[in-house]
Design a protein around this ligand. Structure first.
Ligand SMILES: Cc1cc2nc3c(=O)[nH]c(=O)nc-3n(C[C@H](O)[C@H](O)[C@H](O)COP(=O)(O)O)c2cc1C
Length: 392
């Protein structure tokens, strides 16, 4: 079974990449996570003048999602090039240098240094919408403009400049705040020469509040942070679907991947590879390996021999809806209940918005006359005892 992928001529042994996050904080951490079947590893954002983080800077919000206001790397660029890259390169997998400059000249200088240090790719983030607020408080008088979400031209110019400065491939990393206009952004960076697009960085600014004290849970002037993890997956999955349809360069899906099923969904949406950050931070490096193994098990079960067998499958299914007149279905297909799988937990009964499920002595009972066909019961059943098929 072949799990390898190629991005801009660089071969990765698996499609799972450690994202720019705590697992890319230094060479030693990259070497440690590389033991867990990842195809490539990404550094935390390398900047010329690093900042000390404000505290506290990471909080779990519901369901394994997180808000954070972590800056880029806590090491100087010099430390990266002198000490960390040599250690990271020992891992023997491609290293993606995530880096940012405060102006194009600085970005070019850093990109050249990352290439010289042995990076296989540059990943160039587009914006961190929650950071301006913190930086303005650190440097009174500084004005950090919010990015213009409808106008990719400035970012595309930066991509073009970085691209011209190095020979290694350049990945444009989008913020999730561009989700509505992501196709325009994708076409702009493709025209500017980007070799791939990774989507997405966190969405924000976001906030959570400690109701015992009333304080925002994060540090900084207002406690703003970027939201990551499972909460953003449906939104970023849609970005990846739209972007991969619009451009001819590879797309890397990032956002809320906690298990193999999430990674598979991104590949079906058209992603060539995936990155994850929050899940490995919260649940350990083993998560990478579990996801790789889970993709392999899924492929075995489905009879797939390569990722190409299902990459972009969702694009085909969407085309089929059009071809078979199933874009708009308004007739109800009743759900089918397999009582041999039902353990009477009552999840479907609680969720049914139409009172169409009753609890019998041992099992849930579906009431066809009241069912409105919505499908919610299918998705809440933990034992997959309810099915419903509108499309196949
Ligand atoms: C604690 C933390 C720190 C992060 N630091 C960076 C960073 O330095 N540079 C960057 O481009 N993205 C950074 N990210 C964003 C991640 O790379 C990723 O795009 C985002 O978290 C969505 O993926 P996830 O849902 O798997 O976490 C960070 C995310 C987290 C949670």
């Amino acid at each position: 079974m072949d799990l390898s992928v190629t991005i801009a001529g660089v071969k990765l042994k698996t499609p799972v990449i450690s994202a720019s996050c705590i697992d890319g904080k230094d060479g030693t951490r990259i070497a440690a996570v590389s033991e867990f079947k990842i195809g490539a590893a990404t550094t935390k954002t390398i900047v010329k003048n690093m900042q000390k983080d404000v505290m506290p800077n990471m909080k779990m919000v519901r369901g394994g999602s997180m808000i954070n206001c972590v800056f880029g790397t806590n090491l100087t660029a010099e430390q990266w090039f002198r000490d960390e890259f040599p250690i990271a390169l020992e891992a023997g997998i491609p290293i993606i240098a995530n880096m940012a400059g405060v102006n194009p000249e600085e970005a070019i200088e850093l990109a050249k240094a990352c290439e010289a240090a042995g990076a296989s790719f540059i990943e160039y983030p587009s914006a961190c919408p929650h950071m301006g607020n913190v930086l303005e408080a650190m440097y009174p008088g500084l004005k950090v403009e919010l990015p213009e979400v409808n106008d990719p031209s400035d970012y595309a110019r930066q991509i073009e400049a970085v691209k011209k400065a190095v020979k290694i491939p350049v990945i444009a990393k989008f913020s999730a705040i561009y989700q509505l206009d992501c196709v325009r952004w994708a076409k702009a960076v493709e025209a500017a020469g980007a070799d791939a697009i990774s989507a997405a960085d966190s969405i924000g600014p976001a906030i959570d509040i400690d109701i015992e004290t009333g304080h925002p849970v994060l540090g900084g002037p207002k406690g703003y942070g970027g939201l990551t993890g499972p909460a953003i997956k449906p939104l970023v999955l849609k970005m990846v679907l739209d972007i991969s349809e619009a451009v001819n360069i590879p797309v890397i899906g990032i956002g809320g991947i906690t298990k193999a099923e999430d990674a598979i969904a991104y590949i079906m949406a058209g992603a060539t590879a995936v990155e994850l950050a929050t899940a490995s931070t919260m649940y350990g490096y083993e998560r990478y390996e579990e996801i790789v193994d889970g993709i392999e098990a899924f492929m075995k079960r489905k009879g797939y021999t390569s990722l190409e067998d299902f990459r972009g499958l969702t694009h085909k299914k969407i085309a089929e809806r059009y071809a078979t007149g199933k874009q708009i279905i308004q007739d109800i297909t009743l759900p089918v209940h397999d009582k041999s799988k039902c353990d009477g937990c009552g999840s479907c009964y609680m969720a049914c918005a139409y009172g169409a499920i009753e609890m019998g002595e041992r099992y849930a009972e579906l009431l066809p006359d009241k069912c409105e066909g919505c499908g919610l019961c299918v998705s809440v059943c933990p034992r997959k005892a309810i099915s419903q098929n509108y499309f196949e």
